[in-house]
Design a protein around this ligand. Structure first.
Ligand SMILES: Cc1cc2nc3c(=O)[nH]c(=O)nc-3n(C[C@H](O)[C@H](O)[C@H](O)COP(=O)(O)OP(=O)(O)OC[C@H]3O[C@@H](n4cnc5c(N)ncnc54)[C@H](O)[C@@H]3O)c2cc1C
Length: 336
């Protein structure tokens, strides 16, 4: 399909880039949108993420909560309409804490504290005292990203496989650049505040595990998905090492088996290391850069740290509005 509208380049084909590109064509179908990236699914960081949405851990009046809740509602819609095609699953989830928590933020969903008795029934012998439960959505990016890509192409989106060394290389060809380059923004946006937060996980076969569990204080999680269970993890700041660390694997496995001893019977499918795009806060804003005397609008949408899946749709909605503002197009009221 050839288009005659303004030209927008989205740099990045992880969950942030693809969702932003799709949302842009949802609200402004005449735009010529091109996704440019050097890695596509199944090779992005997003592909390796567990994909659980835990938005209730954010302050209710924060942007994180707003973006996370919007993504939660979007996940609910996808799950109900097309769960198996989109990779969105619904799970009963338990959050465990060492101390009494006020973490019952999410008035919009059925979230409640669990009693000691309930925790003991769910995790016999664990000694867990404080926990909350609710339903949440888990997005498997290895299914979700191909689905987004298909939607993007059906809407007339273009795709370019290439590395971008600098916005200067592409500025002349587009009216707006949307920077969804994750950790790549360190170089592209000259942003030293974005640093890797290294994660390491196991993917295992354990179909009897049906409850998603996240022990916040021990940073250990067990997340069942459609065909596997993700067991993690570590959060190592400023660590660029992409190889499996044997000490980490031992520690993770030990902690997880303590949480759910049935894991000892699980078959390990593989292990994976990924680098989260860590930043003190998400950067979602407009910037005007000057390239060869030409003013170029850049909309940044990166730095989602350990919550890119949790926040992606809410951020895509806001980033798309910023692009429309740059182009002085009529803005469309954000729906899901
Ligand atoms: C072990 C682990 C578990 C996780 N679990 C969860 C979870 O349960 N829930 C959750 O919400 N989050 C989770 N995350 C975090 C989540 O993975 C990230 O926040 C998210 O993937 C960030 O998405 P992104 O699109 O910004 O980055 P990426 O997926 O890294 O995509 C970046 C894109 O930009 C492109 N790019 C970058 N630089 C350039 C360049 N110079 N030129 C061309 N292309 C470029 C890349 O090729 C890629 O396409 C987890 C992360 C890890 C490591």
């Amino acid at each position: 399909m050839s288009k005659i509208g303004k030209r927008v380049c989205v740099v990045g084909a992880g969950v942030i880039g693809l969702s932003t590109a799709v949302r842009l064509l949802d609200v402004a179908p005449s735009l010529q949108v091109t996704v440019v990236a050097d890695l596509f699914t199944p090779f992005t960081t997003s592909d390796g993420a567990a994909g659980v949405n835990v938005f209730w851990n954010y302050q209710p009046d924060s942007l994180l909560y707003k973006w996370g809740f919007s993504t939660y509602m979007y996940g609910q819609k996808l799950y109900k309409e097309n769960g198996h095609l989109t990779g969105v699953q619904q799970f009963f989830t338990v959050d465990i804490y060492d101390k009494e928590t006020n973490c019952i933020n999410a008035s919009d969903i059925d979230r409640r504290k669990l009693s000691y008795k309930e925790l003991e029934a769910l995790y016999p012998g664990s000694g867990y005292r404080y926990g909350t439960s609710s339903l949440t959505y888990l997005t498997e990016c290895k299914i979700y990203l191909p689905w987004l890509m298909k939607r993007f192409k059906l809407k007339g989106g273009n795709v370019l496989h290439r590395h971008v060394n600098s916005f200067d290389e592409i500025a002349a060809d587009y009216d707006v650049i949307v920077n969804c380059s994750g950790l790549g923004a360190r170089q592209l946006a000259h942003d030293d505040s974005i640093k890797p937060v290294r994660g390491q996980i196991f993917r295992v076969k354990a179909p009897w595990i049906k409850i998603a569990t996240y022990d916040h204080d021990k940073m250990t999680y067990i997340f069942p998905r459609s065909n596997d269970v993700i067991v993690g993890g570590v959060y190592q700041h400023d660590n660029w090492d992409l190889s499996i660390n044997h000490q980490d694997r031992e520690n993770i496995w030990k902690r997880a088996c303590k949480m759910d001893p049935s894991l000892k019977h699980a078959h390990i499918i593989n292990e994976w290391v990924g680098l989260r795009p860590g930043r003190p806060e998400v950067r979602l804003e407009r910037e005007v850069i000057v390239v060869n005397g030409k003013k170029v609008n850049v909309v940044h949408n990166y730095g989602h740290s350990s919550r890119g899946i949790t926040l992606h749709w809410g951020c895509a909605v806001d980033a798309s509005q910023l692009v429309l503002q740059c182009l002085q197009l009529n803005t469309v009221q954000s729906r899901l």
